[in-house]
Design a protein around this ligand. Structure first.
Ligand code: ATP
Ligand code: MG
Length: 356
């Protein structure tokens, strides 16, 4: 269930992420970021440390950031619920609360950008069924939803994600480790499109993933923290709810707290979360708690997380009280995304001899 990416490719992505950090500081103008989330529920602590904090940091470095609400991805494994409009606005509130600045970043939902979706057609022609079927993240996600049949959209959503990334020529994608196989497929699609239709001058970039220090935050049950697994601590959760969720988080029977991610993943996850909140090293946190054991670690984490999230939660409440403003942010982002997508689709039609 937890093996979305092989440890070797995750390690390679980590090494490459460190090189990318140096390049980002040297020349932020060379990069365009696209990244996003499914509106399947409120964003959680795994998003914050896995990708949201990175998005804001990149934005503040001067990188152009496109943030996508992947609403068509909700119907990969469920019906489109009547709560979707409220869920989407909730995610916009989450973004603004963590510091995404709508004056600089573009926030949009992909169902609103027709030309983006049309790219999925040529992209589907560039990959084989066997290649799409191999995707380990899709297999994990399918296993976790406990359904008998996989929808054809779930099967092919990584190709749709390639359209999300490439429509705006993004070359950098800050993600959690579960997304690395999708980025690999996007690179394949970009390369094949270029080879086939634009061999002289590559048209699409081959985007790279950017991992944070916490590419796989675990939930209260010890599996990847996910909105749809019921194991998440939402950014918007109350302080009491946060305390309750952390109290019931899975640990192990050893009394002494140590930081050993491979041998003791659940304990290490709690230590890492505390370290990220307090901006200290995980080893330092583990040494401080020591023989205090899991109960003491959980108390420390609860205080640290509630403290870290307090200003964010306050801002989120204010934004959530102003849905008209949130809709305006989304409308402005949609307009900009549509302009970009129209230009890309025009180029793609030219390159593919579809312009008559
Ligand atoms: P769902 O259960 O609906 O799939 P999710 O919690 O997995 O929701 P997504 O919207 O699928 O969230 O993922 C959005 C982004 O957040 C992706 O870049 C993903 O890698 C990252 N992310 C999600 N969960 C985690 C996590 N537990 N740790 C680190 N990054 C994460
Ligand atoms: Mg997911």
């Amino acid at each position: 269930m937890m093996s979305s990416t092989a440890p070797t490719s995750r390690e390679a992505a980590r090494v490459r992420s460190r090189q990318l950090e140096a390049e980002l500081h040297r020349d932020p103008g060379r990069f365009r970021v696209l990244t996003g989330d499914r509106p399947t529920g409120p964003l959680h602590v795994g998003h914050l440390f896995g990708t949201l904090a990175n998005r804001v940091r990149l934005q503040d470095l001067g990188v152009e950031v496109m943030v996508l609400i992947a609403d068509y991805q909700t119907i990969t494994d469920r019906e489109s619920p009547a709560t979707l409009p409220a869920d989407v606005l909730g995610i916009v509130a989450d973004y603004l609360a963590v510091g995404v600045d709508p004056g600089r970043a573009t926030i949009f939902a992909h169902s609103q950008v027709e030309q983006l979706n049309q790219l999925m057609l040529p992209f589907l022609s560039l990959v084989s069924v066997a290649e799409v079927a191999r995707n380990p993240t899709v297999k994990d996600e399918f296993a976790s939803i406990g359904r008998e049949a996989m929808s054809a959209l779930m099967f092919s959503y990584p190709v749709h994600q390639a359209a999300d990334i490439l429509f705006c020529h993004a070359n950098l994608v800050p993600v959690g480790a579960d997304q690395l196989p999708h980025i690999e497929l996007t690179r394949t699609i970009a390369r094949r499109f270029n080879d086939r239709y634009s061999p002289e001058r590559p048209y699409f970039p081959e985007p790279e993933g950017l991992l944070s220090q916490a590419p796989l935050i675990l939930g209260t049950d010890g599996a990847k923290m996910s909105k749809s697994r019921g194991n998440a601590i939402a950014l918007a959760a109350s302080e009491d709810e946060t305390a309750r969720l952390i109290r019931r988080a899975k640990t192990d029977p050893e009394g002494q707290i140590t930081y050993e991610p491979d041998r003791r993943p659940e304990v290490a996850n709690l230590v890492l979360l505390a370290a990220l909140c307090l901006q200290r090293s995980p080893e330092d946190i583990a040494a401080e708690v020591g023989s205090g054991g899991a109960a003491s670690l959980k108390r420390l984490l609860t205080d640290a997380l509630n403290e870290r999230l307090r200003p964010l939660r306050q801002r989120r409440r204010e934004f959530a009280d102003d849905p008209a403003y949130l809709r305006g942010v989304l409308a402005a982002g949609t307009n900009r995304a549509r302009e970009i997508a129209a230009a890309t689709l025009g180029d793609v039609r030219e390159l593919m001899h579809n312009a008559y």
